[in-house]
Design a protein around this ligand. Structure first.
Ligand SMILES: [Zn+2]
Length: 256
């Protein structure tokens, strides 16, 4: 039986050594990919994944024949936490049937820096097994839960996945580290303004912009946005002329 308290919110350590460690790992074990493409690409990604995404965000993409990437932690299926109710396994299947990509995360939403590497990796395998149980394909890319990265995890996962999505802002840079790929927070408030600016910049500086969010609902958590903010971003992406592709498809396109 799952309870809302089964997977408590992990709060990354704010100690100085942890903060420095997190910052340094970004520059180690890199796999840089320059952006050599004539057109901008936007990928929408959703982490965990709250049912409000299925209700309020995915249909808006589908209306434009666009598809997104869901980094699903299957252990959260049917659970209610600070992000609201999460999709059930049946919801996941339905979303997959509509053409969205369901990609890798940890099963229990543990972070790379909260447990030893073998436990982290076996939790990822458990998530993959849960995908297989409901007929989902093997995940093509992976997102680090909480954006937390250890050097060992970065090295180990780079052998498995062609792209590992992080959560640090791209800050206008067009070359991306495929082992910890920058992505723009699509959250309410200041992050929302930064998302709009990042999308507007695509008109003059072509790039691959990966956006990510969690819940999309009225009164979202601090890790989500409202349906109206989501629609505003969609309209900005339409104005930018960028192609919209799931993460794995964008990567395939860019790697020819
Ligand atoms: Zn997550």
């Amino acid at each position: 039986m799952s309870t809302p308290n089964e997977y408590p919110v992990f709060v990354p350590s704010k100690s100085l050594s942890s903060r420095i460690g997190r910052r340094l790992v970004k520059y180690r074990a890199q796999r840089m990919m320059p952006f050599n493409y004539d057109k901008s690409i936007v990928s929408f990604s959703f982490d965990d994944c709250p049912r409000s995404v299925m209700e309020n965000a995915l249909p808006v993409l589908e209306d434009r024949n666009w598809r997104g990437t869901i980094y699903a932690a299957m252990g959260l299926c049917g659970i209610t936490n600070h992000l609201g109710l999460h999709m059930s396994r049946n919801d996941m299947s339905a979303v997959h049937e509509k053409g969205h990509h369901i990609d890798g995360h940890t099963f229990s939403h543990i972070s790379a820096r909260s447990v030893p590497l073998d436990i982290f990796l076996s939790d990822i395998e458990k998530n993959k097994a849960a995908f297989a149980e409901i007929g989902l394909p093997i995940p093509r890319t992976f997102a680090y839960p909480y954006g937390e990265v250890s050097l060992e995890a970065k090295k180990a996962l780079s052998e498995i996945y062609p792209l590992l999505r992080g959560i640090h802002s791209p800050n206008g840079q067009t070359a991306l580290d495929l082992n910890q790929t920058a992505s723009q927070r699509l959250y309410s408030g200041e992050d929302f303004k930064a998302s709009l600016s990042a999308v507007d910049r695509l008109k003059t500086s072509p790039a691959w912009l990966i956006l990510f969010t969690h819940d999309v609902r009225e009164s979202p958590s601090e890790y989500g946005c409202t349906p109206s903010e989501f629609k505003t971003i969609i309209q900005a992406v339409e104005r930018s002329g960028a192609e919209v592709l799931p993460v794995a498809e964008a990567l395939a396109r860019l790697q020819g």
